[in-house]
Design a protein around this ligand. Structure first.
Ligand SMILES: O=C(CO)[C@H](O)[C@H](O)COP(=O)(O)O
Length: 246
């Protein structure tokens, strides 16, 4: 498993003062041309992507149907960066081992889709992957109350899950700020990922709110210059992070 670079949740040190807080970009393959998945993945990793975001939808937990572990395993040899698997399936546990074997580095799931959230998190970690919990727009931060310390990452959905190309839901911003404050006060090295409607236009606000990883589907795969779109999202997000003092 490729390990994800980690950063302690802490303010600027003497060494990092004045430096940009890194924001990683994870293009969502949901917006790629699935007939040419390896080439599509290559186009964004050559363009500077830090992760490949792999959306798994079951037409049950969410109203769409995408791909499973076979496709993830087929993609793995062509993925030059870690694969970030977002499970939008219910139940989740049965698929965790398959995706770990298929080459996922990070697996995220929705608390509403697991009968035993703590057990699902431990299962992901036992299979050697980083574990993340996904919060839908209407899911409160309080679901993190007793599991925050077990997580590597929290994914804030800024659209309702199921489709690419939706409009960003603005209430995600105060939620990201509140989560940033919670994580910073805990001192834990937990990252914040944001998914849905991410574009160069809102990347500054997302970086300023405290996002560490931005998922972008249509804004990257729909751009004539994919490398330019990745660069623009990252640069604006890092400007935002600097403004916040991160
Ligand atoms: O998880 C998702 C939808 O459930 C997608 O990753 C997300 O919507 C990305 O697409 P876009 O950037 O076009 O909004």
């Amino acid at each position: 498993m490729a390990s994800l670079p980690r950063r302690r949740s802490q303010g600027p040190t003497k060494e990092t003062e004045g430096m940009s807080r890194p924001v990683r970009i994870a293009p969502s393959l949901l917006s790629a041309d699935f007939a040419f998945l390896a080439q599509e993945a290559r186009s964004v990793t050559d363009g500077g992507a830090d992760l490949l975001h792999f959306d798994v939808m079951d037409n049950h937990y969410v109203p769409n149907l995408t791909v499973g572990p076979l496709v993830c395993a087929a993609l793995k040899p062509h993925a030059m960066v870690p694969i970030d698997v977002h499970l939008m399936v219910r139940p989740v546990d049965a698929l965790i081992e398959s995706f770990a074997q298929a080459g996922a580095s990070l697996i995220t799931f929705h608390p509403e889709a697991s009968d035993h959230v703590h057990r699902s998190i431990q299962l992901i970690k036992a299979k050697g992957c980083k574990a993340g919990l996904v919060l839908n727009p209407a899911t409160p931060l309080s679901v993190l109350d007793h599991v925050l310390g077990d997580l590597d990452l929290v994914l804030i959905m800024s659209v309702n899950p199921g489709f690419g190309g939706q409009a960003f839901i603005p209430s995600a911003l105060p939620k990201i700020r509140a989560l940033r404050a919670l994580i910073d006060s805990s001192g834990l090295p937990i990252e914040i990922e944001v998914d849905g409607g991410v574009k160069p236009d809102n990347a500054f606000e997302l970086g300023a709110a405290g996002a560490d990883i931005l998922v972008a589907g249509s804004a990257v795969f729909g751009a004539a210059d994919r490398a330019g779109a990745i660069r623009a999202i990252r640069e604006r997000a890092e400007e935002g992070a600097r403004q916040r003092g991160a």
